[in-house]
Design a protein around this ligand. Structure first.
Ligand code: FAD
Length: 505
């Protein structure tokens, strides 16, 4: 019989897999229970027209030697096997506006980032310098982000107590520059008067340091982490929908799945949204006040994603991502009026590996409120239930696709003749494939007015139940990896874990 302590992890998103990989490596007996037939959560991929499409994640930062994500992936021994390519050094992101011919570029490396923007805004050099200084200070004020020890896991600093829009406006009166600096805010579903500047800074910093996209899809991260788990004696069970986490005598004793199986362990980590986790927990130890607090937290908006497969060798590849705004305001597209949709989008290219001059596919992501698909919310498309949503839903998707394409053609007119096929995800697709209630992209909305309430601790009132994932601290591949370190440190000790990461470099 194994003498190892057993940990059950519910969910195999990046949060569950990083926790699983760390704990398996450090001697725990890990079992991951995943409800889907594919592991990875938002890292999932799908194949159409023989092309790999990323369901969600398009690019990640911090992967250059010595940077934070590199260090964790090096410790987990997956860095050398990841097949990534670096986005354009002088323009990893391009910010574009309707009725403005100019493209505004974000360059990699702080010096390049500043000098590129100063070329476009020569009068604004001081403001741009202040902006990057603030980003770096905000990142320094969260030591764990830099894999440095801290006794405060919260993102509490002066940069958490001001919203991003106000902070940027305090640096410059130049409206175009303000909106350019907020240009990729779909990466954190930025709400102008709400999103703390610290969130903007932590996300932006990682890409300014280095920005990478996948050669063979985002699913490779999930596969490599799964290997670390199984190579260290752990196990991942797919199609295991956990319905209950049952507390006996003040501790979770077992997880029960939809098919009635019970899995016992010493510790349990949930990678599922905290509010849904609390719905699973059958316990008198956790009070309704706590459950209701989590339930009352606002979730971020959802998205409509258009995946376009291109006719081979017809459409030139671009090694940059594009962020488009229909109006001059980078903040007004999240709370759109339906008649004006879409007010913004992010556009991501996928390079043809055989003929890298050309793109093989393009993915476009734009905000969509869950309320737009509520009419069909009683229909599900999951591993166990696939229900036809009917003609009205097909028509809804077709109309939205056409509206989005018309907006795209304004800046990318040549793409029209290169389209082979289009595929679509709506908030319902995200709800069903990620197992969330409302297809929310990044989970709980962070609010500068109440930063502590919206940063959820990995520790719960039950001594052997912990939380991981994008709702704990920060979203995104880097954010969730850091959240997983915070979660695992509750079992391993933060000093010990950070030392192991450092020793692996
Ligand atoms: C459209 C989109 C684009 C994005 N683009 C980027 C990007 O370019 N770069 C970036 O860094 N980040 C990006 N993100 C954010 C990033 O993908 C997420 O923050 C991160 O992957 C979330 O990981 P997670 O582990 O918290 O949760 P998830 O990935 O949601 O994983 C949760 C897992 O739990 C499983 N699960 C749920 N309920 C149960 C249950 N009852 N029993 C068992 N298993 C269960 C789910 O099936 C899922 O596998 C994007 C997100 C979206 C939606």
């Amino acid at each position: 019989m194994s003498t190892k302590q057993k940990v059950i992890i519910v969910g195999s998103g990046i949060g569950g897999l990083v926790c699983g990989a760390i704990l398996a490596k450090e001697g725990y007996d890990v079992l991951v229970l995943e409800r889907n037939k594919q592991i990875g959560g938002c890292l999932q991929i799908f194949v159409r027209d023989k092309l790999i499409f990323n369901s969600s994640v398009h690019y990640i930062g911090g992967l250059e030697k010595g940077q934070n994500l590199y260090k964790v992936f090096k410790y987990l021994d997956i860095i050398d096997q990841l097949e990534m390519h670096k986005l354009d050094d002088v323009a990893f992101d391009k910010i574009i506006f309707n009725n403005d011919e100019k493209e505004y570029h974000y360059a990699q490396g702080y010096d390049n980032f500043v000098s590129t923007l100063v070329q476009d805004f020569p009068e604004e050099e001081q403001a741009i310098l202040k902006y990057v200084e603030a980003i770096q200070l905000a990142c320094e004020s969260f030591p764990l982000y830099n894999l440095q020890e801290s006794d405060d896991y919260n993102l509490a600093s002066e940069f958490s107590e001001i919203d991003t829009q106000t902070f940027i406006a305090s640096l410059t009166n130049n409206i175009r520059l303000q909106n350019v600096l907020a240009g990729n805010n779909i990466l954190y579903a930025g709400i102008g008067n709400k999103t703390p500047f610290s969130v903007h800074a932590l996300v932006l910093n990682s890409y300014i340091e280095s920005a990478w996209t996948f050669k063979k899809g985002s699913g490779q991260i999930a596969k490599l982490l799964a290997k670390v788990i199984t190579n260290n004696g752990g196990e991942i069970k797919k199609r295991c929908d956990v319905l209950k986490l049952v507390d006996i005598d003040g501790k979770i004793q077992y997880a029960e799945t939809k098919d009635g199986k019970k899995y016992t362990a010493d510790f349990f980590i949930s990678n599922v949204h905290p509010s849904q986790t609390m719905q699973m927990v059958e316990s008198t130890t956790i009070r309704n006040v706590y459950k209701n607090r989590l339930k009352s937290l606002e979730n971020s908006v959802s998205v409509f994603v258009l995946y376009i497969s291109l006719k081979p060798n017809t459409y030139l590849h671009s090694n940059s991502n594009y962020y488009y705004f229909e109006e001059n305001d980078a903040w007004n597209s999240i709370d759109y009026e339906e008649s004006k949709w879409p007010l913004s989008y992010g556009l991501f290219y996928s390079k043809c590996n055989k003929n890298p001059k050309y793109a093989e596919s393009v993915t476009i992501m734009t905000y969509m409120k869950y309320s737009e698909v509520e009419e069909w919310q009683h229909t599900y498309n999951t591993v166990t239930t696939s229900q036809e949503r009917g003609d009205s839903y097909a028509q809804f998707k077709e109309n939205k696709k056409n509206k989005l394409l018309q907006t795209i053609y304004k800046k990318f007119p040549d793409i029209e003749d290169s389209i082979q096929s289009c595929y679509i995800s709506t908030p319902l697709s995200y709800r069903d494939y990620m197992g969330t209630d409302d297809g929310s992209i990044y989970g709980v909305v962070k609010d500068y007015k109440d930063p502590i309430r919206t940063y959820i601790s990995p520790v719960t009132k039950l001594p052997n139940l912990f939380l991981t994932g994008q709702n704990i601290k920060l979203h995104g591949i880097l954010g969730v990896t850091i959240s997983s370190i915070v979660c695992c440190s509750t079992l391993l000790g933060i000093k010990n874990l950070l030392q192991k990461i450092e020793d692996a470099q």
